[in-house]
Design a protein around this ligand. Structure first.
Ligand SMILES: NC(=O)C1=CN([C@@H]2O[C@H](COP(=O)(O)OP(=O)(O)OC[C@H]3O[C@@H](n4cnc5c(N)ncnc54)[C@H](O)[C@@H]3O)[C@@H](O)[C@H]2O)[C@@H](O)CC1
Ligand SMILES: Nc1ncnc2c1ncn2[C@@H]1O[C@H](COP(=O)(O)OP(=O)(O)O)[C@@H](O)[C@H]1O
Ligand SMILES: [K+]
Length: 528
């Protein structure tokens, strides 16, 4: 089976280092990289146009190498018959060497070409924009990874002008004004129909405003070797994105001679008087993703309620203190045998925050060696006890906080640097840290970080976190290491949400709908 490869997601610094090493160590000239980048971008532009001959393209080009990519694209589309208007803000003397060389090529062409299909416009401030003909496609080659501060004039006004055009916009490498490391808008930013990015995905395309501003993304392979990309991807702030092929490779397969125990037993400790839905969603998700035997342990007086809602999931009642929390010692009498037989544990959904219950949760986590998913009120029981994570996680735990739960655990953190933050805490706590959000991000204890590739706003509905926790424990119960289980659960859960949204939109989904769509998604997309 060919080794499926994850996609590197790089910071501007890592990308520049990859460029530099390819040019200086491998000896591939920057000019060749730019030619390849520009030609790749021209192919994307041609696909957007449908036909090229006779169509009008307006290219806005900056003075750096992003502009250089734009000059190459302009030359290629002109060669294929388009009517091309190239707009520059800087004099050629202020351009980078590779950009200037490509600009001079265009000057030669414009002088030699009698067809009148190539026009170079040197823009002073914004005078002259109105003389441009309406275009079938606009190309944003103003700024790329070189953006270093909020947009200055006249680029800022040019971006606003561009956003008022009716025709589609193709952004080169990254929409101008978008910070390629954080996805923040620096002053103003291009709202692109499509973004063609060079060499590898940039972090800023996937975080913050990136998904909204970059439209569909094409990654152009421009000659930077995979091993160089993999090496620079180890720099802080960089991440990976899973592909369907990789997830297909990781997902467990049910053995032909499986029985319900060998297919993996998941023990879910969840539920309380206040929350009788969370355990249902979590336990059902564990069974639906393929665990052979799911057991749900809940406070005794909740058990009759869950029994009416769960059929395939077996139930265990946990004794309670007279104060209403779970009684630690008596609970272990009930649980110990099952903790020996289960292959994975999930603690938290809907457990509530009763002090007795929180003491029980901490004791349980110290007591078991099982790979464990800790979600919701399981996480709340660890607030102020993060030393317990450091001592016991040992790479066997998956923590699945949303932003609020994470802030309660870790204190005030700057989540505009969510990649670095997740990297830092996963490493410090020695656990798999799945920080939910848009997008969700998974940190491994070794510092590897994953950005989720699937999912959509349909997931913004109560209970999807419980389902996600159930998917995690269901995969671990089938033998998948916690690190891969967290990435797979996110990818597959998001894929189910994507299939739902494709059929029914993003407003009507409820958490259990995810599980209704999971079997088809497992079959169609993941060959299970
Ligand atoms: N080495 C190469 O030949 C390659 C370069 N590539 C392209 O080159 C780009 C990076 O090129 P550069 O490093 O030259 O940087 P850019 O072309 O992104 O822009 C840098 C220029 O913009 C100016 N600038 C920065 N912040 C500004 C602001 N807030 N307002 C106005 N002007 C601002 C800077 O003074 C600098 O001169 C990538 O995005 C990519 O498109 C890729 O094609 C890979 C190959
Ligand atoms: N707009 C969105 N786009 C993609 N995923 C989202 C969005 N909003 C929420 N999610 C996902 O939905 C889940 C919500 O989890 P959580 O907040 O714990 O919900 P609950 O606690 O109600 O189950 C997370 O996996 C989160 O990443
Ligand atoms: K750009």
């Amino acid at each position: 089976m060919p080794e499926a490869l994850p996609e590197p997601v790089l910071t501007a610094r890592a990308m520049r280092e990859a460029d530099r090493r390819t040019i200086e160590e491998l000896g591939l000239p920057g000019r060749v990289l730019m030619e390849t980048a520009g030609r790749g971008a021209a192919d994307v532009a041609a696909r957007m146009l449908g036909t090229v001959a006779g169509r009008t393209v307006v290219c806005l080009c900056g003075r750096g190498n992003n502009g250089g990519d734009g000059f190459v694209l302009a030359r290629v589309l002109h060669a294929r018959g388009a009517r091309v208007h190239v707009v520059t803000l800087a004099d050629v003397s202020a351009m980078s060497d590779d950009a200037a060389a490509n600009y001079r090529l265009l000057e030669q062409l414009a002088a030699a070409d009698a067809s009148g299909r190539l026009h170079l416009h040197r823009l002073d401030a914004l005078v002259g924009l109105d003389h441009l003909p309406p275009a079938d496609l606009y190309v944003d080659a103003l700024l790329g990874t070189g953006l270093s501060s909020p947009l200055r004039s006249p680029i800022r006004e040019l971006v606003q002008w561009l956003n008022e055009r009716a025709a589609p916009v193709l952004a080169i490498d990254i929409p101008t004004g978008l910070d390629s490391d954080t996805g923040e808008v620096l002053g103003a930013a291009v709202a692109a129909t499509r973004t063609v990015t060079m060499g590898a995905l940039k972090v800023g395309l996937l975080l913050g405003e990136g998904p909204r501003l970059c439209g569909a993304i094409d990654v152009i392979e421009i000659g930077i070797p995979r091993h160089v990309l993999e090496q620079v991807a180890r720099q802080p702030g960089c991440a990976w994105r899973a592909t369907d092929a990789l997830i297909r490779q990781w997902l467990p397969r049910r053995a032909h001679d499986a029985h319900k125990y060998s297919a993996g037993m998941a023990l879910v400790v969840a539920g309380s008087r206040e929350f009788t839905g969370a355990p249902v969603m979590a336990a059902t998700a564990a069974a639906r993703i393929g665990a052979g035997y799911v057991l749900c342990a809940c406070p005794s007086d909740v058990r009759p309620i869950l029994a009416t809602k769960l059929t395939e999931v077996a139930l265990l009642g946990l004794p309670e203190t007279e104060r209403g929390g779970i009684d630690q010692e008596d609970a272990f009498d009930v649980l110990d045998g099952w903790l020996e037989r289960a292959r994975a544990l999930l603690v938290g959904p809907g457990l509530g925050r009763h002090p007795d219950t929180q003491r029980f949760v901490r004791a349980l986590l110290e007591r078991t060696q099982l790979p464990t998913v800790i979600d919701a009120d399981g996480l709340n029981a660890l607030v102020g006890f993060t030393d317990l994570i450091r001592e016991h996680a040992q790479g066997r735990w998956i923590l699945t906080p949303h932003t609020g739960e994470f802030r309660r655990l870790a204190g005030e953190v700057d989540l505009t640097r969510r990649i670095e933050v997740v990297q830092e805490y996963a490493r410090a706590w020695g656990c798999v840290l799945l920080l939910k959000g848009m997008p969700s991000v998974v940190g491994w204890p070794d510092g590897t970080v994953w950005i989720n590739a699937t999912g959509n706003p349909a997931l913004a509905t109560a209970g999807t976190g419980d389902v996600l926790a159930g998917l995690c424990v269901g995969l671990v119960a089938q033998g998948l290491p916690p690190a891969q289980a967290a990435v797979c659960a996110l990818h597959v859960g998001g894929a189910a949400a994507d299939r739902y949204a494709a059929h029914y939109g993003t407003a009507s989904m409820m958490a259990l709908d995810l599980l209704a769509h999971l079997p088809v998604v497992l079959r169609e997309r993941f060959d299970r």
